[in-house]
Design a binder for this molecule. Structure first.
Ligand SMILES: Cc1cc2nc3c(=O)[nH]c(=O)nc-3n(C[C@H](O)[C@H](O)[C@H](O)COP(=O)(O)OP(=O)(O)OC[C@H]3O[C@@H](n4cnc5c(N)ncnc54)[C@H](O)[C@@H]3O)c2cc1C
Length: 448
C-alpha cells in the first residue's frame, strides 16, 4: 500500500526545558542522563514504557558481558555502579577473580551463569568477568541512580517527532495520554536503540536487521539435577538440546542460564530471522511466532529433560528483543576491522571489551546538537553485531552524557567540543574513555 495521509501542523505545549534531553531510558539512556546530570547540567529523560532499563529489564537480557580484555575489566564507570548496587541487594552474581580461568571445574561452576568468554574457541571456554542479574533489580537500581543524580524522568512518553530549527535540533515531541507534549533542550541525546530521533531529524543512516528474540523465564527448575544429568549423559543432553533448538528455530548452545533467583532460569531464545524490528506488522508476527515456539518447548522439556519436569513459565519479556534496525551513519562509521583489529582512535571516548569508540561515531551528519549512543551507534551492521552488548552501550551513553553536559556548560556546540574534555570527564566519573590504548590495540594515528 502506498497511501499516505497528510497531517495538520502539530501544536504541542512545552512541558519542560533543560540543558540536556535524553530520549530512551535503556542502558545507554540512563547512563547518558546520569552522566550529564553529574556534570551539573539539568537533564530530562524520556521513556516510552513504564519502567527504565530497555532490553536489560523489559527485554530480560540478563547477563552483562563483553566487558573484559583478558583479565582486565575494561568497562567500568556507571556499569560498575549498577553491579555494585545490584550485588548489595543480592541480585547480581559473578565469578570471583580466582575462578576466572579455563578449567572443566570452573566451567561446571560458572558456565550456566553465562560468565564465559563467548568469543573464545577454547574448550571449555574460559570463565571471565560477566554478571548475571535480575530484571526488576535493574529497574530499581535505574530508578535510584536517576533520582540520586537529580535527573527529571518522564515515563509514558513516546518520542514522535523532532523540533528543528533549520538543521539544529531544539527538542522533541512525545505522544502521551495527555496528547503531544514538547520538551526542549540545548542538546538532545538519542538512545532509543533505533535512532528514532536522528532518523526523523534527517540524519543519515542505514537499515539492516539481525536475529529477533522473545526472551522468557522458567521457574520450578531443579538446576542441580539438570546439570548433574548433563554431566553424566552428555550425548542424551545433546540430542535433547538439538530438538529444543529445532523447535525454537535457533538458540545459543546454552539455551537456558541461571539467574540470581533460585530455581528460575532465563532462556535467551527463540532466535528468529526475517523480522524487522522497526515494523509493527513484522513485530506482531514475531510475537505470535515466538509464543507458539515457547509453549511447545515447555511441553517438551517437561516430558524429556531431567530437572525441568516441574517447570512453569514465569514470564515472557514485555519487550521483544530487537538487536539491530537502523544504524547511524555518522561522522565516522566503525567497521568490523576496527573492532577485530582493536583499532585505537585519538578521539576515543568509550571502550568496550577490547575495542574503542571514537566520538565521531556518536555524532550524526546533517543534524546539529544531537548525539547518539547505544546499539544504534554509527557502525556497519557487521561491526554492530560484535560491539553492542549492554556494557559498551552504557560506556557510550556515559560519554555522550558527559559531552552534552560539558558542551552546554561551555556554551559550545557538541560538534566543536574537544574530545579531550570528554576523555577527562570520563576519567573523573571512573570510566575508561579508551584514550590510552591497551597493549593489544592497533594505534591508528592517521585517523583523526
Ligand atoms: C535477545 C537479546 C539478547 C542479548 N544478549 C545480551 C547479553 O547476554 N549480554 C549483553 O550484554 N547484551 C546482550 N544483548 C544486547 C543488549 O541487550 C543491547 O544491545 C543493549 O540493551 C542496548 O542498549 P540500548 O540502551 O542501546 O538500547 P535498548 O536496551 O533497546 O533501550 C532503548 C530504550 O529506548 C526506549 N525507546 C525506544 N524508542 C523510544 C521512543 N520512540 N520514545 C521513547 N523511548 C523509546 C526503549 O523503550 C528502551 O528503554 C542482547 C540483545 C538481545 C535483543
Amino acid at each position: 500500500m502506498n497511501l499516505a495521509v497528510s497531517l495538520q501542523e502539530l501544536e504541542a505545549p512545552v512541558v519542560r526545558r533543560s540543558d540536556v534531553v535524553v530520549v530512551g531510558g535503556g542502558p545507554a539512556g540512563v547512563s547518558a542522563a546520569v552522566a550529564a546530570a553529574r556534570t551539573g547540567a539539568s537533564v530530562t529523560l524520556l521513556e516510552r514504557y513504564a519502567a527504565l532499563g530497555g532490553l536489560a529489564s523489559g527485554g530480560m537480557v540478563l547477563v552483562l558481558d563483553d566487558m573484559c580484555n583478558g583479565s582486565e575489566v575494561s568497562v567500568r564507570g556507571i556499569v560498575a555502579e549498577y553491579v555494585d548496587r545490584l550485588r548489595r541487594i543480592g541480585l547480581a552474581v559473578y565469578p570471583p577473580e580466582s575462578d576466572r580461568i579455563s578449567s572443566p571445574e570452573m566451567w561446571r561452576r560458572w558456565g550456566r551463569w553465562g560468565a564465559f568468554d563467548f568469543h573464545s574457541h577454547a574448550s571449555p571456554k574460559p570463565i571471565c568477568y560477566a554478571v548475571a542479574f535480575d530484571p526488576d533489580g535493574w529497574k530499581r537500581v535505574s530508578n535510584d541512580l536517576v533520582r540520586d543524580s537529580g535527573v527529571h524522568l518522564r515515563l509514558h512518553s513516546w518520542f514522535s517527532r523532532p523540533v528543528l530549527e533549520d538543521d539544529r535540533l531544539r527538542g522533541v515531541v512525545c505522544e502521551t495520554k495527555s496528547g503531544p507534549q514538547a520538551v526542549l533542550g540545548d542538546v538532545v541525546i538519542d538512545t532509543t536503540g533505533d535512532i528514532d530521533v536522528a532518523s526523523r531529524a534527517g540524519a543519515a543512516y542505514s537499515h539492516d536487521g539481525y536475529l529477533v528474540t522473545l526472551v522468557f523465564r522458567l521457574g520450578g527448575v531443579d538446576t542441580e539435577a539438570a546439570q548433574r544429568f548433563e554431566q553424566e549423559n552428555p550425548r542424551e543432553v545433546r540430542a535433547i538440546n538439538r530438538k529444543v533448538k529445532r523447535m525454537l528455530g535457533g538458540a545459543w548452545e546454552l539455551w537456558w542460564l541461571k539467574t540470581p533467583v533460585p530455581g528460575v532460569v532465563w532462556c535467551n531464545c527463540p532466535h528468529m530471522t526475517g523480522y524487522d524490528g522497526a515494523d509493527p506488522e513484522s513485530l506482531t508476527a514475531a510475537e505470535f511466532d515466538a509464543r507458539e515456539r515457547i509453549s511447545a518447548v515447555i511441553e517438551y522439556v517437561r516430558a524429556e529433560l531431567p530437572g525441568f519436569q516441574q517447570c512453569y513459565l514465569v514470564d515472557v519479556a514485555e519487550q521483544i528483543g530487537v538487536r539491530q534496525t537502523r544504524l547511524l551513519q555518522g561522522e565516522y562509521v566503525v567497521t568490523k576491522d576496527d573492532i577485530a583489529e582493536r583499532r585505537h582512535f585519538p578521539d576515543s571516548v568509550a571502550r568496550g571489551r577490547d575495542y574503542y569508540t571514537p566520538y565521531r561515531a556518536l555524532l550524526p551528519r546533517g543534524v546539529d546538537q544531537l548525539l547518539i549512543a547505544g546499539r544504534h551507534y554509527s557502525a556497519t551492521p557487521e561491526a554492530q553485531r560484535i560491539s553492542r552488548e549492554i556494557p559498551p552501550c552504557m560506556a557510550m551513553g556515559q560519554a555522550a552524557g558527559i559531552a552534552a553536559g560539558v558542551a552546554a556548560d561551555r556554551g559550545q556546540t557538541v560538534r566543536e567540543l574537544d574530545p579531550a574534555l570528554i576523555q577527562a570527564g570520563m576519567r573523573e566519573q571512573d570510566a575508561d574513555p579508551g584514550d590510552v590504548p591497551a597493549s593489544n590495540a592497533t594505534v591508528e594515528l592517521e585517523v583523526v
